[in-house]
Every structure is written in structure tokens, then in C-alpha cells.
Design a protein around this ligand. Structure first.
Ligand code: SF4
Length: 384
């Protein structure tokens, strides 16, 4: 195993990420943030499982208000809290006094205040983080990369993801703000490995947060994540990790226990071999869920899709099931069959094309029809 990259040390609450600090384990609350009771229960559960840092999604002033109550009522736990901001980046001024770290997604900064440049928005984010002495994460996702870079890099989506991360590290460095980490995520573990390798070869001193996003359900989600972590951490890349799994709320602590197990195995040289056939056949990806889930039926639906599609296990088809409209539309574009959940129904896609919006009670049959259609097409090509 190679020695860990000598990364900058980033203090986050009572832990340090980077340098010689142990690899920090993170997880995220999946409950609706405004459901204060459920979110506090979720924080307790993840904290008891041993998470070093817990993330919550914040999308509105009402979420911030809930966060402030949650923070107050969990003071005794001494939790290191991080917040995930999406489009509404200005919310950072409300959340910064309440948390230890904020993640922003460079690919979502163009949505609001189109008259402002990305540099101006980053300057605003950094100034608030600086005033409140909190850390930042530049959280780039391959599926929601800045549209300008997406166009520029075309098929090289990993290149676009790496370039986005590099641009934002430069912006923060130019502002004299160094208290940040970077993540480069995708649901495809190969892209996670490639993106982090490329980034670390250029900026080895920046602490990296590793994760395979929307890895899906156990055991497949664990296997994909393990492969990515084994490859990267053994090369000295990675300072903090998150295992993203689609799990019922009361099992969310499993993300932490699985992460700990993988890290321990790597430390002890216990690697699982990576069969060449990994990911051959049916590949189901599903998001780990968070407070943005539009309907709690999502988790049940993801499990039903897995059972329903078992018969197609030998076909190279990717099915993506996402919990909300924030990341659902973009993150399903690369899948053969995509489903993203709304409050009352599910949007079913074939590639980038929307097939229709169906109720939770009918979408499974529609998905099966689509799967049959694709299998027929694969079979008819084989016969030519
Ligand atoms: S797709 Fe939506 S619900 Fe699922 S984890 Fe991402 S933001 Fe949360």
C-alpha cells in the first residue's frame, strides 16, 4: 500500500480531515429535515454507529429553521455537522453559524442569479465560510457537472468533472481560502476511480472525500464502493469517505459500519479481488435518499425494482432509481432505464427520453414492459 498523499489539514468541528489524521467516516441523514423528531432520531442513530461527520440537506429557509432546532436539541451529542447546499447557494449565510462544514455543488451554481458570475458566487460562499470559520467541500458530481464544461468535454465526462473541481480549487485558492476538501463522485465506480486519480495527480495536496454516489442497495452498492475505495486508498488517495446506500431510515447506521469494515480491511491488506465481470449484466443504481426524497415510497420502489428485474440479470442494462427532482433528472440520463420520484408519481425514462409520469402503483409494470422491450431488442441484435 502506498503512503497517503500529504494533503492539507482541514479542521471540521472536533475532527481533522487530511494530513496524517485517520480517514474520517461520513454519512447523511435521509429524513425530511423539517421533520425534526425523525431527523434527530436519524442523527442519533448515525452518531451511535460512529460517524465522524453527518450531513443534512438544506433547500429552504424552513429547513434552516428546523436545522437550528435540531442543532440545539443535539448539542449534548457533539456532532460534527455538515450541510448540503444545492441551487440556493445564498442559504449559506443562514446555515454557516449552525454547522461545521458546507458542501456546494459547482454544477448547480448557474441556476440562481444568472446576472452574477460563478466567481462572484464562490467569493460569496468563501467569505461566509471564512467569517464563520467553517470548512467547505467542493462536491462535484459527474451527473450534474457545469453545463459549459459538459459541452466542452463532450463524451469525456470524467474530464469535465475533474476540470470543474480544478477550477473551483483555483477560485478558492485565489481568494486565500484553503479550508476545503474536494469530492468527485459518480454512480459508476470506474469513473470515481479515474476522476480521483486524475485530480490527485494534479493537486495531490488537496484532501479528497471519496464516495460512489447512488451506489444502490446492499450487497451490490457495497461491492461497487469497496472496489473504488480499495483502488484509491491503496494508492494513497482519500482522506474521508462516505458509503451511499439505499436503506430504510432505521438502518442508515449501516453506511458507517460498512465504511469502517472496508477501511479496516484495506488497512490490514485484506482486499477482495475485482473480477473482470463486475458490473456485467443488470446494474441497478439507486440514490441513498436524503431529506429531498419526495415520497417515502421511493425506498420500497427501489427494492421492488430490484426484485422485479431479477429475471433480467444476464443483460447489460442499467436501471437508475432516484428519489427527487433535484438530482433525479440529470443523474438518470446515462442509465438505460431511469426513474425519478415525485410527490405523487414517478417519471420513467429510457435514456434521456421521458416515457411518462406514472403512479407509484403502476410504474413497476410500466418499467417491466420497458425492460422486456430492451431485452427483445438485445436478443434480436444477437440473431442478426
Ligand atoms: S437523488 Fe435526491 S433524494 Fe436522492 S440522495 Fe440525491 S438529492 Fe437526495
Amino acid at each position: 500500500m502506498k503512503q497517503r498523499n500529504r494533503t492539507r489539514i482541514v479542521p471540521v468541528g472536533n475532527i481533522k480531515i487530511g494530513g496524517d489524521s485517520p480517514i474520517a467516516i461520513q454519512s447523511m441523514s435521509a429524513t425530511r429535515t423539517q421533520d425534526i423528531e425523525a431527523t434527530i432520531r436519524q442523527l442519533n442513530l448515525i452518531h451511535e454507529a460512529g460517524a465522524d461527520l453527518i450531513r443534512i440537506a438544506i433547500d429552504s429557509k424552513a429547513d434552516v429553521k428546523a436545522l437550528s432546532v435540531i442543532r440545539e436539541q443535539t448539542q449534548n451529542l457533539n456532532i460534527n455537522l455538515s450541510v448540503d447546499l444545492q441551487e440556493n447557494y445564498r442559504l449559506i449565510s443562514d446555515v454557516a453559524p449552525l454547522v461545521d462544514k458546507v458542501r456546494y455543488n459547482p454544477g448547480h451554481l448557474h441556476h440562481h442569479e444568472k446576472d452574477k458570475t460563478i466567481s462572484q458566487k464562490v467569493e460569496f460562499i468563501a467569505s461566509i465560510a471564512f467569517e464563520n470559520n467553517i470548512a467547505l467541500r467542493i462536491g462535484v458530481n459527474c451527473g450534474s457537472v457545469d453545463p459549459i464544461l459538459k459541452e466542452k468535454f463532450g463524451k469525456d465526462d470524467v474530464g469535465a468533472m475533474v476540470e470543474s473541481a480544478l477550477q473551483h480549487t483555483q477560485l478558492l485558492d485565489d481568494l486565500g481560502f484553503y479550508k476545503y476538501v474536494v469530492s468527485l463522485k459518480d454512480s459508476d465506480w470506474r469513473k470515481v476511480i479515474e476522476g480521483n486519480r486524475r485530480f490527485a495527480s494534479i493537486r495531490p495536496e488537496i484532501p479528497l472525500h471519496l464516495g460512489v454516489t447512488e451506489a444502490g442497495m446492499p450487497p451490490e452498492g457495497i461491492i461497487k464502493t469497496r472496489v473504488a475505495f480499495e483502488q484509491l486508498i491503496s494508492e494513497g488517495i482519500g482522506d474521508t469517505v462516505r458509503v451511499s446506500l439505499t436503506l430504510p431510515f432505521d438502518k442508515k447506521g449501516e453506511e458507517v459500519t460498512v465504511a469502517r469494515e472496508i477501511l479496516k480491511d484495506i488497512e490490514n491488506g485484506r482486499y477482495r479481488s475485482v473480477p473482470n465481470s463486475l458490473d456485467q449484466g443488470l446494474n441497478i443504481i439507486s440514490c441513498p435518499s436524503c431529506s429531498r426524497v419526495e415520497n417515502e415510497k421511493f425506498i420500497e420502489l427501489a427494492q421492488q425494482v430490484k426484485v422485479m428485474s431479477e429475471y433480467a440479470k444476464n443483460y447489460d442494462i442499467t436501471v437508475a432509481v432516484m428519489g427527487c427532482r433535484v438530482n433525479g433528472p440529470g443523474e438518470t440520463d446515462d442509465a438505460d432505464i431511469g426513474m425519478w420520484c415525485g410527490p405523487l408519481g414517478v417519471n420513467l425514462k429510457r435514456g434521456e427520453e421521458l416515457i411518462g409520469h406514472f403512479g407509484y402503483d403502476t410504474v413497476l409494470d410500466k418499467t417491466k414492459n420497458l425492460l422486456d422491450e430492451m431485452i427483445n431488442e438485445i436478443e434480436s441484435v444477437k440473431q442478426i
